[in-house]
Ligand binder design. Structure first.
Ligand code: ME8
Length: 515
């Protein structure tokens, strides 16, 4: 049976429309999900919205609507965006669903039964924007001398009755986890931050609020709602049917990958495994904290007036171009920048002029000059074998090895080098000249190229699924032969090639005057 692979994104706060950071994270998770499917894994992919908490409530009050109305409105925008970006999720979860309330109550009760919850009084700093408590020592000073969280968000002094989770009990078990599972937190820099934080000592965590009623009610203490992160993290279990012992729970838990941004690593790599240990549940295999996407080097914000609607961006440049750019340009794990100029430059150089041009040169040549089909009668030469091997190693070996580690940009770089090699081969072999001088050799060159195109296109499917499907259609590659197993088991050199109705895959892009 195929190996299960459960991947999740963070669930997004629907306190406004989705921004480019939401698109970035979800595209990366989708690339990984599609990649794992092509490797033959039984993938389950979950995303969704995080609808409770003070931040949602305050935004709804500002807009004079209820928090439920705000979530309903905004969640629609997230779903539309993800559909638009070809995100192949299996489950879109909303934390206002009844099943999610039940799952959150169950994990609470399990932690209670383990003796880890007690009632007390919370006094400390809280950031509504981050929905996070901070130690005084972590705060920084703003320009006007005001106190700010380490993420530059306002904090307020909060005093209220609260339930606590005995996080302090979990310092040693967590350190033991990081040691025995060195890949539990990735990349390394994030792992080191978490290690330092936990080694510094853990205080018990306030996990309920009595000053608001928007959230999951604490079982047996209805005057309290759960701290939004307790229910938010539980979404990963809810989507599998927890607390029931469902087939999905048995098959997909523990998750293979929680893909999240660097700002919320602490919640996923400290609080979440501690909650799970307390509740007697297995721990996820990996938490990967990706970097932040910046607009020309700056954070997007309403005050700077540089907020970009990701749907508009995808419409302007094309969904696959946007997906390709984000995965290719930025070293996954680090912060990175985007701008219309950078997107156009990258798309034209690599998709239109290199890969797209290669596909077009080969397929339309076969269509026009060989009635859409060629059989190679002439024996292959060493340079045919060299090219086919080079492409096979890049598409079937280097790219997957990088994608396994979420090093998407390196994987695509190796792939692009193989595309360049193919274009060089076309220039050197000049099939248009061979057509007159040596038509049998021309056919061998063309079948070699079609084999290379098949390998290259199969491997890049996770990144540009729509264009890759169209190219594989035009190369007449059957749907069941589009996996990595098929790629690696196909003969290196094709003896026959067929093309059907080839179309230009990537138009050259131009920047509009006002972008
Ligand atoms: O944090 N670039 O939700 P959120 C890249 N509800 N990623 C970014 C980004 C940017 N500019 N801005 C945000 C929450 N993100 C919680 C999560 S999970 C149980 C609860 C990422 O809507 C961010 O790091 O603020 C997070 O992973 C995701 O987008 C959702 O952020």
């Amino acid at each position: 049976m195929a190996e299960p692979y459960y991947i999740t994104t963070a669930i997004h706060y629907p306190n406004g429309k989705p921004h480019i950071g939401h698109a970035y994270e979800t595209i990366a998770a989708d690339v990984m999900a599609r990649y794992q499917r092509l490797q033959g894994r039984d993938v389950r992919f979950q995303t969704g919205t995080d609808e409770h908490g003070l931040k949602m409530l305050q935004k709804a009050r500002e807009m004079n609507i209820s928090a439920q109305e705000l979530s309903d409105q905004m969640t629609g925008h997230f779903k539309d965006l993800f559909d638009h970006l070809d995100i192949s999720y299996d489950r879109f979860i909303r934390t206002t669903e009844d099943v999610h309330h039940r799952a959150s109550e169950a994990i609470w009760q399990a932690m209670m039964a383990n003796g880890d919850l007690y009632k007390g009084r919370y006094e400390g700093w809280y950031s509504v924007r981050d929905e996070a408590f901070y130690e005084a020592a972590e705060l920084i000073e703003g320009e006007k001398g005001e106190k700010l969280s380490p993420h530059n968000t306002p904090v307020e002094w909060t005093v209220e009755e609260s339930w606590f989770f005995k996080l302090s009990r979990y310092q040693e078990p967590l350190l033991a986890l990081y040691k025995s599972e060195p890949r539990f937190i990735q990349p390394e820099a994030r792992r080191n931050e978490v290690l330092r934080f936990v080694e510094g000592g853990l205080r018990d965590l306030s996990i309920s609020r009595s000053s608001l009623d928007w959230g999951v009610k604490v079982p047996g203490d209805e005057g309290h709602v759960m701290y939004v992160w307790v229910d938010a993290l539980t979404n990963y279990l809810t989507g599998l049917g927890f607390p029931e012992q469902t087939e999905h729970m048995a098959r997909y838990w523990p998750a293979a990958m929680h893909l999240i941004g660097k700002d919320i690593v602490r919640f996923h790599a400290v609080y979440w495994p501690a909650f799970l240990m307390s509740a007697g549940l297995a721990l996820p295999k990996q938490v990967f904290g990706h970097g932040f996407l910046l607009n020309r080097g700056q954070k997007e914000s309403k005050s700077l007036g540089n907020v970009t609607d990701p749907v508009a961006l995808a419409e302007q440049f094309g969904v696959d171009v946007l997906r390709y750019f984000l995965m290719r340009e930025i070293v996954f794990g680090q912060d990175g920048s985007y701008s219309p100029e950078a997107i156009v430059t990258r798309a034209n150089a690599e998709l239109a002029n290199s890969f797209g041009n290669l596909v077009q040169r080969v397929t339309s040549f076969i269509q026009k000059n060989c009635d859409g089909a060629v059989t190679a009668a002439a024996p292959p030469l060493q340079n045919d074998r060299d090219l086919a091997t080079r492409v096979r190693v890049a598409a079937g070996g280097e790219l997957p090895r990088c994608f396994d580690k979420l090093a998407f940009s390196n994987g695509i770089e190796a792939w692009m080098q193989a595309v360049f090699a193919c274009n060089q081969y076309v220039d050197d072999q000049a099939p248009w000249a061979l057509r007159k001088t040596d038509p049998e050799r021309m056919k061998r060159v063309l079948t070699t190229l079609c084999g290379c195109l098949r390998d290259l296109t199969i491997a890049i499917q996770p990144v540009i699924p729509r264009s890759a499907a169209a190219i594989l259609d035009s190369l007449c590659v059957p749907a069941h032969s589009r996996t990595f197993a098929a790629l690696n088991s196909a003969p290196l050199l094709m003896e026959m090639a067929e093309v059907s109705d080839p179309k230009p895959a990537f138009p050259r892009l131009q920047l509009a005057e006002n972008t």
